[in-house]
Design a protein around this ligand. Structure first.
Ligand SMILES: CC(C)(COP(=O)(O)OP(=O)(O)OC[C@H]1O[C@@H](n2cnc3c(N)ncnc32)[C@H](O)[C@@H]1OP(=O)(O)O)[C@@H](O)C(=O)NCCC(=O)NCCS
Length: 201
């Protein structure tokens, strides 16, 4: 996986998009922005996710031309267990997506998601998913995810939905039609938060 890449989208003629790059970084590099934008009212260790300690966990930072971290994103190998099927496995959970205020609406978040998905594809991941804040659903849908659960509240953070995106090549998505009726999802499953559902994306 390329450690560093210029991710800046082509700028408009009248307003060029400033340059930024996305690199794999240590967890310490993503925590300040996570804290500032995801849990500003909580202690700093509230953004030390359990998954950060996992071997499969990777962190990425978008940096401006001066090297300042302006965006973050993390992922870990984890299957989705809630929401609507199909549950693609192996799964990859996306967490801690943030973009600093001055850089919002300039494509940094979209470039970060694309970077994480490319990483997942290279690892043979079948599905990327996350617990998205409801207010950010449009951002995830624009980036190819679909809403696969009803909304659920994560205490102190707010309403979330599970979003998921298949990374399988198109032909592999289709399943053989089962004989008879498809089994319904277990009761309540569609609305249930994902495993570790008390934590946001
Ligand atoms: C959600 C977030 C990561 C989007 O990053 P971004 O770099 O601004 O996104 P992009 O420029 O690539 O895409 C813009 C889209 O993001 C969405 N968006 C959400 N909040 C936005 C904001 N404050 N400013 C601009 N766009 C925002 C919009 O849907 C927008 O699409 P539109 O052009 O149709 O309006 C960023 O707003 C953010 O860090 N929010 C606070 C932290 C957070 O909630 N993280 C996600 C946890 S699930």
């Amino acid at each position: 996986m390329t450690a560093e890449r210029d991710e800046s989208p082509a700028g408009q003629a009248d307003e060029p998009t400033p340059a930024f790059t996305i690199q794999q970084v240590d967890v310490e590099d993503v925590r300040p922005l996570r804290h500032k934008h995801l849990r500003p009212d909580q202690p700093e260790d509230a953004v030390c996710y359990q998954s950060d300690a996992e071997e499969t966990c990777c962190h990425f930072a978008a940096r401006d031309a001066q090297g300042n971290v302006i965006g973050t994103g993390s992922l870990n190998r984890e299957d989705r267990v809630a929401g609507q099927p199909p549950f693609g496995t192996p799964g990859m959970r996306i967490r801690g997506i943030t973009v600093d205020d001055a850089w919002r609406g300039k494509g940094v978040g979209t470039a970060m998601i694309a970077h994480l998905l490319e990483y997942g594809r290279a690892q043979g991941i079948a599905e990327a998913w996350g617990n998205a804040r409801t207010e950010n659903l449009r951002f995830y849908v624009r980036n190819g995810f679909r809403e696969v659960s009803g909304s659920f509240e994560i205490p102190t953070i707010g309403d979330h939905v599970v979003v998921a995106l298949s990374l399988l090549p198109k032909g592999r998505k289709k399943r053989k039609k089962a004989k008879g009726k498809a089994a319904p999802a277990p009761e309540g499953e569609a609305d249930a938060p994902a495993s570790g559902g008390v934590s946001e994306s």
